[in-house]
Design a protein around this ligand. Sequence first.
Ligand SMILES: CC(=O)CC(=O)SCCNC(=O)CCNC(=O)[C@H](O)C(C)(C)COP(=O)(O)OP(=O)(O)OC[C@H]1O[C@@H](n2cnc3c(N)ncnc32)[C@H](O)[C@@H]1OP(=O)(O)O
Ligand SMILES: NC(=O)C1=CN([C@@H]2O[C@H](COP(=O)(O)OP(=O)(O)OC[C@H]3O[C@@H](n4cnc5c(N)ncnc54)[C@H](OP(=O)(O)O)[C@@H]3O)[C@@H](O)[C@H]2O)C=CC1
Length: 291
Amino acid sequence: MDVKTVGIVGAGQMGNGIAHVFALAGYEVRLNDISADALDRALDTIGHNLDRQVSREKITETEKRDALGRIAITTALTDLGACDLIIEAATEREAVKTAIFEELQPHLTPTTILTSNTSSISITRLASRTDRPEKFMGFHFMNPVPVMQLVELIRGIATDEATYRSLLKVVETLGKTAASAEDFPAFIVNRILMPMINEAVYTLYEGVGSVRSIDESMRLGANHPMGPLELADFIGLDTCLAIMNVLHEGLADTKYRPCPLLTKYVEAGWLGRKTHRGFYDYRGETPVPTR
Ligand SMILES: CC(=O)CC(=O)SCCNC(=O)CCNC(=O)[C@H](O)C(C)(C)COP(=O)(O)OP(=O)(O)OC[C@H]1O[C@@H](n2cnc3c(N)ncnc32)[C@H](O)[C@@H]1OP(=O)(O)O
Ligand SMILES: NC(=O)C1=CN([C@@H]2O[C@H](COP(=O)(O)OP(=O)(O)OC[C@H]3O[C@@H](n4cnc5c(N)ncnc54)[C@H](OP(=O)(O)O)[C@@H]3O)[C@@H](O)[C@H]2O)C=CC1
């Protein structure tokens, strides 16, 4: 299937990054969110990130203008029906994702490929709730999308070869690298990364280190570009907790038990950078640890 138009559902940090890279690669993009404000913020962020690429001479002013011209925003999910490829990038909750696919279904063309950018949820289960499990895949981009090279491709039990090949081709046109993962909780990257982040939260919870000492230890001692708590704030603590819950429930092993302190932050609505408070407080000039 030759993909030309891409519908993206959810205009949060992942949705806007995905829209950015697809528009820059020449695809027509329709970006949807339930919130008109989220759509406006997404366009601002995309413009700002494209400006940065222009100032670093990665792209030209014309390429930036053309990319922005290829992105249409809409709060009506049904406007995405005619797209060749749908990428669902809404909140990491299975009920939210299933409801989106159910609402979209009657408006889709028979050839449309459905994908989810889920970080952890079973692709086979999401696919089974649609009319086209053979045309359904996990299409997992990394944050920040314009920078990170990897895209995980996850086939559900019913995904056909033609769908997989179409997505491989799409990844190539984006200039990114695909890695295939089997459909088990949190796939590859988050199966390894998220228990590390959860362990960092336990390290804080048990008083082994402070927010600063934990992050500095991993930045300077293990050469990670960000400390684990800084990275958790960057990903979103709600998303981190949702992934740990999928690992814990899906693999039924206590080693994936989410740290109670992570739960507490999420319950407080301190979700990290996106709410301006998490393990750090981002409301001032420089981030300040909250513990
Ligand atoms: C949860 C999941 O399901 C899966 C996941 O995504 S897990 C999260 C995976 N991501 C990571 O682990 C990110 C770890 N952090 C990093 O790699 C780096 O800190 C970082 C790339 C985010 C920033 O790097 P840095 O050196 O501190 O910043 P900086 O030098 O300003 O930026 C490096 C490049 O990234 C770009 N950049 C930084 N942040 C960006 C953003 N939010 N959007 C777009 N571009 C961005 C910069 O423009 C710069 O580009 P060039 O090299 O082309 O000039
Ligand atoms: N954060 C990360 O580092 C990564 C996240 N992912 C995955 O990507 C997905 C999105 O994550 P992320 O962008 O971080 O999350 P965000 O919270 O930044 O964005 C999610 C967006 O989806 C919107 N939304 C919620 N319900 C619907 C709906 N029914 N229809 C349309 N839009 C909806 C939200 O609106 P509102 O705010 O109004 O609820 C919000 O704007 C998740 O599945 C996550 O696991 C994958 C890779 C990395």
